[in-house]
Design a protein around this ligand. Structure first.
Ligand code: 5GP
Ligand code: MN
Ligand code: MN
Length: 480
């Protein structure tokens, strides 16, 4: 039926607790975004989430929220790690899908006129598309090492420098990763995809910085106007997808009792402390490491491409990792809840961690200003760099939005847009050069399928969960 929302204050809406809900749900949105959120099953899904045991404070829908598998994309659910549960659908299929931004010291002036050469070279050298093939081809032994050690493996094998680890969440290595809990089938799917974008929504975009909103934080992040930066969006490929699928099936079989209490089978969850909860957590952490290595290998390959195109070493172009943020994970974190310290599985699905200044888990380089947060818009609109806001711990378990958020389904997008036309328009009207493996992908990802990223960021900034630092605009983009 119709879901009633009560306004708590500007940009904060609540779905009150009733019936079998174990907590209220909250939606963080402007009225415009809320209207868009109302168009699909997002509100129903965020309400369903409050039925999960151990849900703490409230389930949260971010301003970019839209319908997903069971749990909305743009959802945050903190579930008690002792008495609650963990839910693969509330993490998402593409485990540790995420974005990373790399800086350069090139300016837009230096790049103009060479966009096509650059985009062609990136497209030729960065593996993408549905098919197999990555930066490295590995045996299952290597996959196991990547799953256990993450970017540390890349460092040892010449695909990373120490500085890359220092600018990644958890230094690119998730503790508690258990490769033994990742199935053979998942490893087989991943082994020839290490260092590959994949298809659909994943991309590599060269951008220019158009605005700096906060000079002090901008400086701490090494960002200034007209600078060229690179944004890489991809995840754990077939390995993560298979892992999610494996555990959903196992949980459905072994935890029928809990499943029967939930309003949606897609929310299937393993009770905290059960063997399957431990196994899934170990497997998910391993898939997180795999995704970090994937983005790392693509970034390092991008350095080589720039070296060839601009005839300078990547070090001379100052091509350093700014930061890497995860979109789809559950993490055991300690949060203060009503004055008590509690261990929670914080599920962030299509949501980004946004820890504020001073938090011990923010990398040392950024601890004084807060964690960088990267919010992509679309291939025809701006993207943002934010910093974790001072209210994020109180309001959102240290989280904010992850993008503009999808406005229409892929099927509808393919009826409304034609890939070739979208590409021509971007080039002619906005000087944005897009190259993709398939025209259908360009249609599915056309700028018009996404919401207004400026509006999403306005809400994040006003609530103080992620504050505006800089805005970028696309120069060229490759897609699967
Ligand atoms: P998701 O992780 O949900 O697939 O996507 C995250 C966000 O990336 C989307 O909500 C959308 O705002 C943004 N996005 C999708 N395609 C592109 C692109 O080609 N370039 C940029 N800059 N952003 C994109
Ligand atoms: Mn993804
Ligand atoms: Mn993503």
């Amino acid at each position: 039926g119709d879901i009633t929302l009560e306004q708590v204050r500007e940009f904060v809406w609540e779905i009150p607790q009733e019936g079998d809900m174990r907590a209220p749900a909250r939606v963080l949105a402007s009225e415009t975004l809320l209207e868009e959120i109302r168009e699909d099953k997002t509100l129903e899904q965020i309400t369903n989430t409050t039925h999960l045991p151990g849900i703490t404070n409230y389930a949260i829908c971010m301003p970019d929220g839209h319908q997903g598998y069971g749990f909305p994309v743009g959802g945050v659910g903190a579930l008690d790690a002792e008495n609650g549960c963990i839910s693969p659908g509330a993490v998402g299929y593409d485990i540790n899908c995420g974005v990373r931004m790399m800086r350069t010291n090139l300016t837009y002036d230096e790049l103009q006129g060479r966009e096509e050469e650059l985009v062609d070279s990136l497209f030729a050298n960065i593996p993408s598309g549905l098919g197999g093939g990555g930066v490295v081809e590995a045996g299952v032994d290597t996959v196991d090492e990547i799953l256990a050690r993450g970017v540390d493996w890349a460092l040892e094998n010449g695909h990373a420098v120490e500085d890359d680890l220092l600018h990644c969440e958890d230094e690119g290595m998730r503790e508690g990763a258990n490769p033994e809990k990742v199935s053979q089938k998942a490893k087989d799917r991943g082994k020839n995809q290490i260092g590959s974008l994949g298809s659909g929504n994943h991309f590599l975009e060269v951008q220019r910085v158009t605005d700096i909103f906060d000079d002090e934080v901008g400086e701490a992040y090494g960002l200034e106007a007209d600078q060229i930066v690179v944004l890489i969006h991809c995840g754990s490929r077939g390995l993560g997808h298979q892992t999610c699928n494996d555990y959903l099936r196992k949980i459905e079989q072994q935890h029928q009792g809990l499943l029967n209490q939930l309003p949606d089978k897609e929310l299937a969850a393993a009770p905290a402390g059960s063997q399957l909860a431990e196994d899934y957590y170990g497997a998910m952490n391993a898939a997180i490491n795999f995704a970090w290595v994937n983005r790392q290998l693509i970034m390092h390959r991008t350095r080589r491409v720039f070296e060839r195109v601009f005839d300078r070493s990547w070090e001379a172009m100052d091509m350093h990792l700014l930061y890497d943020v995860a979109h789809n994970i559950a993490k055991k974190e300690t949060h203060t809840v009503a004055g008590d310290e509690r261990d929670l599985y914080v599920h962030r699905k299509g949501a980004t961690r946004a820890f504020p200044a001073g938090h011990p888990e923010v990398p040392a380089a950024y601890r004084d200003v807060g964690q960088p947060v990267i919010i992509p818009g679309s291939m025809g609109a701006g993207s943002y760099v934010l910093r974790g806001g001072e209210h994020s711990m109180d309001l959102t378990f240290g989280s904010t939005a992850h993008g503009a958020g999808r406005l229409m389904s892929r099927t509808r997008a393919k009826n409304e847009f034609w890939g070739g036309d979208v590409q021509d328009e971007l080039e002619e009207q906005q000087q944005i050069y897009v190259k993709a493996q398939s025209g259908a992908t360009v249609a599915e990802e056309a700028p018009g399928v996404y919401k207004d990223v400026d509006e999403v960021v306005r809400v994040s900034d006003a609530l103080g969960i992620g504050d505006k630092v800089a805005r970028t605009f696309p120069v060229c983009n490759i897609k699967g």
